[in-house]
Write a protein that binds this ligand. Structure first.
Ligand code: KG4
Ligand code: ZN
Length: 353
């Protein structure tokens, strides 16, 4: 079975082809970063329009590069939510129209399930059960995964997502958008010990997180100290030290919560995914703690941590193996649907009805 995956939930147009025999046989990504950079963040209407412009040319390119005809595709998986409604509708409408024309099924995939399954695209693939740390621009969640669709939420952020905190810190320091990679780069030149940063919600039991206090603390530090900088060099050092201290606080906080989640569940395998999982300091920290406490940690390659079509094609392929998902001849008319808000726990376990 050959599955085409379509991801358009935010500011990346992602496509991929997943073959049940050969695995991932092609992928293509168009990032809108340059388009949104001058606004300091994603402008939803511009995102939708750019997906409209780029999606079909990107599909033609993917088919050409992979040596595949559109007629060879057996099913289409697309991101149905959560995300920006206009952006989601572009992927959904395109997927449903193509599926109708080709007489094949189209399946709406939960974006966070895509992230959650992305580490399984790697070799060796982690196997379930595992605990998943999902850290992206919109979500920060710890989930116990016992099967496809069998997701128990262990904890989540009560306010900002980890990626959002990176993005806001970058904006504060004048580093532009997207913030995560910029903060991480600058942190390499900074002294994480110069200022004290809190490790939010680690002094009490539980697996929930919170990053808005850390954001306020960072803003206060910047306001207090930037006015005392007498030259550009001192200001740049201040930026780097704040970036380093902030990043270390996020990394420590996430690491403490992951260790607790592993203890609480007794699982041996941790996976992490989502844009913030591309953060090198977080990867190294978790590896160390995993070695010390006896659990394995897996994450996807950088390009599959951030939004991409491969994770959607793969999630689609896994779900399409369930007989109940494979009924293209169902009498209901096809519908173009997006779910900008879609709690992950609404997904049902697959294969155990
Ligand atoms: O998963 P993703 O591509 O999109 C969402 O579903 O949100 O995640 C994007 C988020 C952004 O907030 C971005 O700043 C953050 O991931 N990010 C990083 C890094 N690369 C991307 N955060 C920290 N360090 C990085 N290297
Ligand atoms: Zn994402």
């Amino acid at each position: 079975m050959l599955v085409l995956g379509i991801e358009t939930s935010c500011d990346e147009t992602g496509l991929a082809l997943y073959d049940s025999q050969r695995g991932l046989i092609g992928e293509a990504l168009y990032s809108q970063v340059a388009l949104h950079a001058e606004y300091g963040g994603v402008v939803p209407e511009l995102a939708s329009r750019d997906h409209v412009r780029k999606l079909l040319p990107l599909l033609r390119q993917l088919l050409r590069d992979s040596g595949v005809e559109l007629n060879d595709v057996d099913a289409i998986a697309y991101t149905r939510g959560p995300g920006l409604v206009g952006a989601l509708l572009v992927g959904s409408a395109t997927a449903e129209a193509l599926a109708l024309a080709l007489g094949i099924p189209a399946l709406g995939i939960h974006h966070m399930e895509g992230h959650l399954l992305a580490p399984m695209l790697e070799d060796p693939a982690p196997s379930m059960p595992f605990v998943a740390l999902l850290v992206s621009g919109g979500h920060t969640m710890l989930i116990e995964v016992t099967g496809l669709g069998a997701y128990r939420l262990l904890g989540e952020t009560l306010d900002d997502a980890a990626g959002e905190a990176f993005d806001k810190t970058a904006k504060l320091l004048g580093l532009g958008y997207p913030g995560g990679p910029a903060v991480a780069r600058l942190a390499l030149q900074g002294d994480a010990e110069r200022f004290r940063f809190p490790r939010p919600m680690t002094d009490r039991p539980g697996l929930d997180l919170s990053f808005s206090g850390l954001k306020t603390h960072t803003r206060t530090l910047w306001q207090q100290h930037s006015s005392n900088c007498t030259n550009e060099q001192a200001l740049q050092q201040l930026r780097a030290d704040i970036a380093a201290g902030f990043q270390q606080a996020v990394v420590d906080t996430l690491t403490i919560k992951c260790r607790r989640a592993m203890q609480a569940t007794g699982r041996q395998q941790l996976i992490m995914s989502g844009g913030v999982a591309a953060n090198q300091a977080l990867r190294e920290n978790l590896q160390q703690v995993g070695r010390k406490h006896g659990f394995r940690i897996s994450y996807p390659r950088m390009a599959f941590c951030t939004d991409n079509g491969a994770m959607i094609a793969y999630a689609g392929w896994l779900r399409l193996q369930d007989a109940s998902a494979l009924q293209p001849a169902s009498p209901q008319p096809r519908s173009i649907s997006a779910r900008p808000r879609w709690p992950l726990h609404e997904l049902k376990p697959v294969g155990r009805h």
